[in-house]
Design a protein around this ligand. Structure first.
Ligand code: GAR
Length: 201
């Protein structure tokens, strides 16, 4: 299955997807970043994946940026759009266009801690557990149907950085697995629900 990956930063999730791409039957047609200095672009170039930067700061509005993003995405006709640390709020029009084939990874046990600084907020809230969620992207920010989560313990001496590191280890395992479900046709979006092997998740 062909797809595109959208990033904004380091791209460690992208790296994990690249490393597993043969096993999960994914061809990455392009890696698109809204930041020219995103390290993930180097990761893609190193393995010969085409890259594209669309600097959001060059656009007068969210809608104009999303329109250009959409123009680039559509040139590849992707069957899956993978948000891997893409730190942009997307317009409703954009999310509607790709509903059912756009996945996002979020570093918290959704619906807890939507938005930013999830690790610090989980510690401050006195949570005992934390983790990662992968969900279909809908117009609701970090609110689309959850497909899978991995949970880890928050340790007494954890800080945001140590916790983020351990969550990332889980992210790198979980995202390729979920993408594989999708490329196999086992994972679908139906009636605003995530469905795996015909069962609502
Ligand atoms: C990851 O922790 C991902 O879950 C998070 O950004 C990081 C990107 O790391 N995504 C979000 O916060 C989305 N709201 P990476 O660039 O090394 O993959």
């Amino acid at each position: 299955m062909n797809g595109v990956v959208l990033i904004s930063g380091s791209g460690s999730n992208l790296q994990s997807i690249i490393n597993n791409s043969d096993d999960i039957n994914l061809t990455i047609d392009c890696v698109i970043s809204n930041k020219a200095n995103a390290y993930g672009l180097q990761r893609a170039k190193q393995v010969g994946i085409p890259v594209c930067t669309i600097e959001h700061s060059q656009f007068p509005s969210r809608e104009k940026f999303d329109q250009e993003l959409s123009n680039v995405i559509n040139t590849y006709n992707p069957k899956i759009i993978i948000l891997a640390g893409f730190m942009r709020i997307l317009s409703t029009e954009f999310t509607k266009k790709y509903c059912g084939k756009m996945l996002n990874i979020h570093p918290s046990l959704l619906p807890k801690f939507q938005g930013l600084n999830t690790h610090q907020r989980a510690i401050e809230a006195g949570e005992k557990k934390h983790g990662v969620s992968i969900h279909f992207v809908t117009e609701e920010l970090d609110g689309g149907p959850i497909i899978a989560q991995s949970t880890i313990e928050i340790l007494d001496d954890d800080n945001a950085e140590s916790l983020a590191k351990r969550v990332l280890i889980e992210e790198h395992k979980l995202y390729p697995k979920v993408i594989h479900w999708f490329t196999q046709g086992r994972l679908k979006f139906k009636n605003n629900k995530a469905v795996l092997d015909g069962k609502i998740l």
